[in-house]
Design a protein around this ligand. Structure first.
Ligand code: F6P
Length: 362
């Protein structure tokens, strides 16, 4: 097998499972007698002179961190030179050229970019940066909003984190005869809230994809035979005429109806937690698929899991398959997103088991 030098970079928000993916890529490279380096701090480490890199074959790294959340490589500093700051300064072209030059200086044959839909959309749009090597992407995000893949690294662990969090809250909720409104992450995609909500049998799950009626929510709570429970609220929902955090909006509505309640914000704990087994298996599958893609000289591709099968799809297909949204930070840039579909099985399961999910027709 021809010798190759591989680089690994993690970008965007972190999640659990990144270190497992890095470890499995390193293992695969060692098997193939390939060199492998990590690029630290995402694109802001890549654009340094020289680029910030680390040797990943050190056994201490492998043993200590492979199941821990976060990224051993770090994902970058807030406010550092990156796509967003370069775009704001009108220096995007110069920034992109710098990245391309850095990659060339590292003499990489391939780069494995582990990122979410923002990073993958950027890689698709600014593909010229990677024209001197093979670019293989691995999707990760707790939001699970990447089109064409049934799973993204970090999602299952995030669901588990929410489940453990809500299990604990329910005990105190019961003791005090009150409701907890738990605000989940997920941006404008409700998959995280929906999966966690079904797992804990929440009383209600409110997600951005489905309109809800506050009066019906209150009616639903009053009709339950309990005076405590959990309402999961995805951070992307909104109520006309109200501003502020979604959980606070729902809390105010419950207060008005004299329903005792508290809000809870698990926040970045959803991106933490020891990587659950299914995320580790997914990371192993994606690592193996990425290395095979490099062997086959594929480029501008992304690993996916579709109906139990690991394979690659082109970044063009990834981009075309999603719903396009304006990037909130970069003018003219679009991201490709997936959402909860109206025929999602979990919606039916939730409705059939008495969970209020909004005004979805049966
Ligand atoms: O995209 C992952 C995510 O955790 C979202 O669910 C959340 O809205 C956002 O990132 C939080 O980002 P930050 O780390 O900048 O607070």
């Amino acid at each position: 097998m021809a010798y190759k030098k591989i680089g690994i970079m993690t970008t965007g928000g972190d999640c659990s499972g990144l270190n497992t993916a890095i470890q499995r890529i390193v293992d695969g490279c060692i098997q193939r007698k390939w060199a492998v380096i990590g690029i630290q701090d995402g694109t802001d480490g890549l654009c340094c002179t020289p680029a910030k890199t680390v040797n990943l074959t050190d056994e201490n790294f492998r043993f200590v961190s492979s199941h821990l959340a976060g990224s051993i490589l770090s994902n970058g500093h807030a406010g550092a030179e990156n796509f967003i700051s370069a775009a704001h300064a009108g220096k995007l072209n110069a920034f992109n050229k710098k990245l391309k030059k850095s990659l060339k200086e590292l003499k990489l044959d391939a780069l494995i970019l582990i990122g979410g839909n923002g990073s993958l959309s950027l890689a698709h749009t600014y593909r010229e940066i990677y024209s001197d090597l093979s670019l293989v992407c691995i999707p990760k995000t707790i939001d699970m909003d990447v089109p064409l893949t049934d799973k993204t690294i970090g999602f299952d662990t995030a669901v588990q984190q929410l489940v453990s969090y809500c299990d604990q809250l329910l005990l105190t909720a019961r003791s005090h005869h009150r409701w907890f409104i738990v605000q989940t992450m997920g941006r404008d995609c409700g998959k995280l809230a929906l999966n966690a909500g079904v797992a804990i049998a929440a009383d209600a799950i409110l997600i951005p994809e489905i309109k809800f009626d506050t009066n019906n929510l209150i009616k639903h709570i009053k009709q339950s035979h309990r005076d405590y429970g959990i309402i999961l609220v995805s951070e992307g929902i909104s109520i006309r005429g109200h501003s502020g955090k979604p959980a606070d909006m729902i809390s105010r509505a419950l207060n008005t109806a004299n329903i005792p309640n508290r809000t809870a914000f698990p926040e970045h704990i959803q991106r933490a937690g020891d990587t659950v087994a299914t995320d580790r298996i997914l990371a192993a599958g994606f690592a193996d698929t990425a290395l095979k893609a490099i062997e086959n000289n594929e480029t501008y591709v992304m690993t996916v899991l579709q109906n139990g099968e690991y394979k690659t799809v082109s970044l063009n297909d990834f981009f075309a398959a999603g719903k396009h949204e304006k990037d909130p930070h970069i003018i003219g840039m679009q991201t490709s997103n997936s959402y909860v579909e109206s025929d999602d099985t979990l919606l039916h399961i939730a409705t059939d088991s008495g969970i209020y999910i909004g005004e979805k027709k049966k």
